[in-house]
Ligand binder design. Structure first.
Ligand SMILES: Cc1ncc(COP(=O)(O)O)c(C=O)c1O
Length: 373
């Protein structure tokens, strides 16, 4: 089977690039002095997680309880759910904690521990809870070293059926860094803010068993992770146009493309239209602020060579590109297949149910993605 045998649009995953990305990140995190806890939110695919953990099936991070259920059933033993737990999911989390060898939850809210503890006590389970710390991203997390943060740590630690499991932070603002210097300082702050806060808590007599940090850009940039237990990059497994523009990877490292067919060509408008629109790609603007001409994805040929064409606009099932060069436009015929190198692989992959695995020009397998919450 090859790329002409697939129905378009569909997701194509380059096996060799995937394996290389997995190996390099494993080596990188080990060389920084920490353990790797890959975030499976990017791929939501068991086969990919096996490659990331090199068959050890231990630590993973998940972004939904459904991922927790699926991956623990597949044998992954230490599951960290990285969205703050809220009351509507307490019962589901308690149920999952019974199915899972080790489930870790996070919170940044003082109202959560007493209610969660009550339910856990009634259910006869003990739950591992980490405190979510804000290292400058401003999305979730307590501000380290504040009275509220210390009170939250103590409240969890003093709960009969909760174990205070440590600190988690994520420097999502690394994606907005405008220079290598700025990225490096965000990476250092991600590491140092939780390291210092953990030491302060230890001085107050609170045990901090685990410090978990990470994003793909900061793990790429940081100089060491001494004193940090684990790093949780996710996007690195596929990379994308955003990461390559940021300098976290090369364009040749990107493992995900959306296979599309050209459905229309107009010489007067100097335009082609393919069948990968907003549903197949997502409408992520990608590195728009760094590269205003990035459009919605790069058009590649089937071998992965950049044709120098960008998708300028998307509607539901249409991807439009202007092709100024008449010779290039001549070559782009209706029925021809192209591959779209996506702006944001996590969101583009989320539009699909399967990965088609490309190895040496052949489609060798189909891997399932697990959706839902
Ligand atoms: C809490 C948390 N940890 C880790 C990650 C992984 O970051 P990245 O995709 O940059 O590797 C994410 C990504 O959104 C996240 O939200």
């Amino acid at each position: 089977m090859n790329l002409y045998d697939l129905t378009t649009p569909c997701l194509v995953l380059d096996h060799e690039r995937l394996r290389n990305n997995a190996r390099k990140m494993k080596e990188r995190v080990a060389s920084l002095g920490a353990k790797l806890r890959p975030h499976v939110k990017t791929h939501k695919c068991i086969e990919v997680a096996h490659i990331q953990t090199a068959g050890q099936e231990e630590r993973i991070a998940v972004s939904t309880l459904e991922e927790g259920r699926v991956f623990s059933a597949a044998g992954f033993s230490d599951v960290l759910y990285t969205v703050p737990i809220e009351p509507g999911k307490f019962c589901a989390a308690i149920k999952l904690s019974r199915e899972c060898e080790r489930l870790r939850l996070i919170t940044d809210d003082l109202s959560v521990p007493p209610i969660l503890n009550n339910l856990a006590r009634r259910a006869g389970v003990r739950l591992d809870v980490l405190m979510d710390v804000d290292c400058g991203y401003g999305r979730t997390g307590v501000i380290p070293n504040t009275g509220t943060a210390k009170e939250l740590a103590r409240t969890i630690a003093n709960s009969s059926n909760l174990s205070f499991n440590g600190l988690l932070t994520h420097a999502g603002h690394a994606y907005r860094a405008e220079s290598k210097q700025e990225l490096l300082s965000i990476a250092h702050r991600e590491r140092d803010s939780v390291f210092d806060f953990a030491n302060e808590l230890r001085c107050l007599g609170v045990e901090v068993p685990l410090i978990s940090i990470g994003s793909t850009p900061t793990v790429h940039a940081v100089d060491h992770l001494r004193g940090i237990d684990e790093a949780r990059p996710g996007n690195y497994i596929f990379y994308d146009v955003f990461q390559a523009t940021l300098g976290t990877c090369r364009f040749e490292d990107c493992a995900i493309t959306v296979l599309a067919a050209i459905v229309s060509r107009d010489r007067t408008r100097r335009q082609i239209v393919c069948d990968a629109g907003a549903i197949a790609l997502s409408k992520d603007r990608g590195p728009f602020e760094f590269d205003p001409a990035c459009g919605y994805g790069r058009v590649l040929d089937l071998e992965g060579n950049d044709l120098g064409v960008r998708l300028d606009s998307l509607s539901q099932e249409h991807g439009l590109a202007t092709v100024e060069d008449a010779t290039a436009l001549d070559k782009l015929k209706v029925g021809m297949r192209v591959r779209i190198l996506v702006n944001h692989s996590c969101l583009s992959a989320a539009q699909h149910d399967f990965y088609h695995i490309l190895d040496n020009g052949e489609i060798v397998s189909q891997w399932k993605r697990y959706r839902n919450w």
